[in-house]
Design a protein around this ligand. Structure first.
Ligand SMILES: NC(=O)C1=CN([C@@H]2O[C@H](COP(=O)(O)OP(=O)(O)OC[C@H]3O[C@@H](n4cnc5c(N)ncnc54)[C@H](O)[C@@H]3O)[C@@H](O)[C@H]2O)C=CC1
Ligand SMILES: O=C(O)C(=O)COP(=O)(O)O
Length: 531
């Protein structure tokens, strides 16, 4: 029986399914066309889910998906997956951002050319036995002004094809710099309105977000040149479909081509179906053999690596943890988790604030991941958050009202590398720190004391008055209780006249031993815990 079960709920390429099936310890079920109710019934059995745009992964699905760890989106848009719910449930969502870029750019361009030359209408007329050469006179694309909204992967590929046709390209994208626009030989527009004013052609390549909803509305359609053609091969909802119909009926907009719709599939009485100059396809942008093979194999490899090695690539709800990052950050992640757990044992019961400082070369790795690991360790132990992981740790900390701050300094101090973590509650602060020496992780600082101990195992932590005889008492008490000492670190704080002893033991000490130590004169605090 495989350890991980993956459900493929939308059709992906056979090669993708085979790549997943050949991974060790993963079993795959392909069940496409499930109703929302059917998905809810079976999703609890799965650790991984592969989708395209059809499956809607709603908060209800996440609530039922008690074992789900990862979703792979064989494609770009993740608007069919409730990202907040995924994060809250600690489910990593990965997409395949570039595998269908060319196919989608080609499809959008094909739609634009089809609109310009009335291809869908002329085709229907010819097969209806007519020969209407006059009715279908078109326009050239050459020399026209094209507005591209969204100059990411697909927008950029579209621009190259448009330039090959002698089209003048104006682009709007909040992340498009003047230097990049110059390199791509496109005119940079400061706002969508500037890009659209006087445009003959428009194509959309932005994600659907609250900001981009109805980015093409009645006001903006009015900015276009009369007879302009609009193509939407990105997401339904970017174009106000009712406004487009009005503009077409009024004779201002020249034509519209859609691959995507506010509701998919559109209803039989979809208003734009009755408009004249249109071209419609059923969300086919990524539907080529090449794109499907690219995204199917890529998503399979991403899920396989997630389950087999812990790598996370193309995540949309957490930082990536690719093999290089995993190699450089892996030991720090383990150490950080132990430091978080340790703080929950020696610090205040709960916290208002957690501060993490990175000192030395550690500051050069992706410290956001390491901080997430500190939080995961702390929250699992202090707040008994059993499901906390690197995906949901910041959201869970926020839900508990914990503020997080991070500082980094490349200047090493006593230790070459140091991760220092403090928990603050009211006026009380507790600090622990750890380092990595060669290949070995060490906890080196606990509540004002330098110590040296492993970051995992069973521990006995004793704080006592700094006076002779106490270590002897502890040693003989452990011996009588048959508890073997693996490692022991002593440290005293001359100022406060206290000392701590951190003892790594082979087994959990019995309650009677802890009680004996707690009642020994001079011993101030005794803690027993596992890291
Ligand atoms: N019809 C289909 O089958 C397919 C549709 N798509 C859709 O195409 C869209 C674009 O895909 P990619 O180019 O691969 O994504 P991308 O992430 O490479 O590019 C998106 C661009 O939109 C820009 N952007 C974001 N907000 C903006 C705004 N308010 N105004 C202007 N630009 C804005 C971003 O800065 C980015 O450069 C996505 O929504 C995706 O879902 C993608 C593949 C297939
Ligand atoms: O990749 C995208 O964003 C797409 O829209 C493609 O959707 P699909 O995988 O064909 O359902």
């Amino acid at each position: 029986m495989a350890t991980y079960r993956v459900l493929v709920s939308d059709p992906i390429s056979e090669k993708g399914v085979d790549a997943l099936r050949s991974a060790p310890d993963i079993s795959v079920d392909v069940k496409t066309g499930l109703s929302p109710e059917e998905l809810l019934t079976i999703i609890g059995e799965y650790h991984g889910l592969v989708v395209r745009s059809q499956t809607k992964v709603t908060p209800e699905v996440f609530a039922a998906a008690t074992q789900l760890k990862a979703i792979g989106r064989a494609g770009v848009g993740v608007d069919n997956i409730d990202r907040d719910a995924a994060t809250d449930h600690g489910v990593v969502v990965m997409n395949t951002p570039s595998g269908n870029t060319i196919s989608t750019a080609e499809h959008a361009f094909t739609l634009m050319a089809s609109l310009a030359r009335n291809i869908p209408q002329a085709h229907a007329s010819v097969i209806a036995g007519k020969w209407e050469r006059k009715a279908f006179q078109g326009v050239e694309l050459f020399g026209k002004r094209l507005a591209i909204l969204g100059m990411g992967r697909i927008g950029t590929e579209f621009a190259k094809r448009a330039q090959a046709f002698g089209i003048h390209v104006v682009a709007y994208d909040p992340f498009l710099t003047a230097a990049r626009a110059q390199a791509l030989k496109v005119e940079l527009a400061e706002t969508p309105d500037i890009a659209l004013t006087g445009a003959d052609l428009v194509t959309l390549h932005v994600p659907l977000t609250p900001e981009t909803k109805h980015i093409i509305n009645a006001k903006r359609l009015a900015l276009l040149n009369p007879g302009a053609l609009v193509v939407n091969c990105a997401r339904g909802g970017l174009v106000d479909e009712a406004a487009a119909k009005e503009s077409l009926d009024a004779g201002h907009l020249g034509g519209i081509a859609l691959d995507v719709y506010e509701t998919e599939p559109p209803a039989a009485d979809f208003p734009l179906f009755s408009a004249k100059k249109t071209a419609f396809t059923p969300h086919l942008g990524a539907s080529t053999a090449e794109a499907q093979e690219n995204v199917g194999i890529e998503v399979a490899h991403q899920l396989r690596d997630f389950f087999v090695t812990g790598e996370i690539r193309n995540a949309v709800n957490m930082p990536n943890l690719d093999s290089r990052t995993l190699q450089s950050a892996g030991p720090y992640l383990d150490l950080a988790r132990s430091l978080g757990k340790l703080l929950s044992k020696i610090g205040p019961e709960q916290s208002d604030k957690i501060r993490v400082s990175y000192i030395g070369p550690v500051s050069e790795i992706d410290t956001e991941l390491v901080t997430r690991s500190v939080l995961a360790g702390y929250l699992s132990a202090a707040y008994h958050e059993a499901q906390v992981n690197l995906v949901n740790a910041p959201a869970i900390a926020k839900a508990h009202g914990i503020q997080i701050s991070e500082t980094s300094s490349s200047l090493a101090t006593t230790f070459t590398d140091l991760i220092e973590v403090s928990v603050v509650k009211g006026g009380e602060t507790s600090t622990v720190a750890g380092t990595i020496i060669g290949k070995s992780s060490r906890i080196v600082h606990i509540a004002g004391h330098y110590v040296e101990t492993n970051p995992t195992g069973h521990f006995l932590f004793v704080e006592n008055d700094d006076r002779p005889g106490i270590v002897g008492v502890i040693g003989s008490a452990l011996g009588s209780a048959q508890v073997n000492i693996a490692n022991m670190s002593l440290s005293r704080n001359a100022e406060r006249k206290t000392a701590v002893t951190v003892i790594e033991v082979d087994e959990q000490p019995p309650a009677s031993l802890l009680e004996l130590l707690r009642t020994t004169p001079g011993i101030l605090r005794v803690l027993s815990f596992e890291l």
